[in-house]
Design a protein around this ligand. Structure first.
Ligand code: CU
Length: 304
């Protein structure tokens, strides 16, 4: 009976190997990411935030390369198979310049197809490394995939530029990514300390308050109210296909969280679901539009 048992064992081993290969193949297929990253599905499953129909989840897909569900992105020039390549000249503080770049795919080809997300195919956020000087811009693309935008870095220092986009591959697959690169404006850099945490900010006579306490690895709603100089709540206008636009950056590494409000009626409040990727200090930038003018309210937030 010895040989029979050996044969049986061999069959079991071979069968197990085949099963393992099939499982691995299935998982690889289910994952379906060009990079073979396995965090994407877990992150999507964990993302219970509200997104407007048809809009892409920005930071919830793990494209930043972090293994946590709601990773900070924008920490790398390459992610998810895509690479941010800058071109053009240097910046001089306070002088009008131009930022030019391409997004290249894994075959080094410039990407020319981008999905329109929140009204735009490309969102550009620029901020100095001390989290001052926030700008939110929308570059335009030439036929060869080169994006350009006039840009002034008003003060000397090292600045961070984030390109927030959803690339469309030849097979139609969409990959959201936020890639980041440093820009330098030579000169004497006098960093400003981060303002104290506050749930109220003032901009151009408007007062913006928010309610909610962000937590690590849990989606928490933040409800913003905008009041006019007379203290009356104002009706927010649609901006970028929503009633506001919120960017949060982490102090220390400038990790980027990009959150948007869920669908809802126009009102004098706007709610965003925010998941903090870890404890620390964050700077939040709320873009809102009143009477055709977009303003940005800034808040420092400490997550414990
Ligand atoms: Cu934008």
């Amino acid at each position: 009976m010895g040989p029979d048992r050996a044969t049986l064992r061999l069959a079991l081993v071979v069968g197990g190997l085949v099963l393992a290969v099939l499982l691995g193949f299935g998982l690889g297929r289910a994952n379906g990411r060009p990079t073979g990253r396995t965090t994407a599905t877990a992150a999507t499953a964990a993302g219970d935030h509200t997104h407007a129909p048809g809009t892409g989840a920005h930071q919830h897909d793990g494209t930043g390369g972090d293994s946590s569900g709601d990773a900070a992105t924008g920490l790398s020039v390459s992610s998810g198979g895509y690479t941010l390549v800058r071109s053009g000249g240097e910046f001089v503080a306070g002088r009008a310049g131009e930022l030019r770049f391409q997004i290249r795919d894994a075959q080094r080809r410039p990407v020319t197809r981008f999905a329109v997300v929140h009204d735009k195919p490309m969102h550009l956020v620029v901020v100095r490394r001390d989290l001052t000087g926030f700008q939110h811009l929308h570059p335009t693309m030439a036929a060869d995939g080169t994006w350009s935008i006039p840009l002034t870095l008003p003060q000397p220092g090292v600045w961070r530029a984030y390109t927030d986009f959803t690339a469309v591959a030849d097979d139609g697959r969409q990959t959201p990514a936020t890639l980041g690169v440093d820009l330098v404006a030579p000169g004497e850099y006098a960093p400003r300390p981060l303002p104290a945490p506050a749930s109220r900010a003032a901009v151009d006579g408007f007062t913006v308050d928010y309610e909610g306490t962000p937590q690590v690895d849990a989606a928490v709603p933040l409800r913003f109210t905008v009041r006019d100089p007379a203290g009356r709540p104002v009706a927010l206008e649609r901006y970028l296909d929503a009633y506001g636009h919120l960017v949060a950056l982490r102090e220390g590494d400038l990790g980027y969280l990009h959150v948007h409000p869920g669908p809802g009626p126009a009102a004098d409040t706007v709610t965003f679901w925010l998941t903090a990727p870890g404890p620390g200090n964050y700077r939040m930038y709320l873009d809102f539009q009143v009477a055709g003018v977009v303003r940005t309210a800034e808040f420092t937030l400490t997550v414990r």
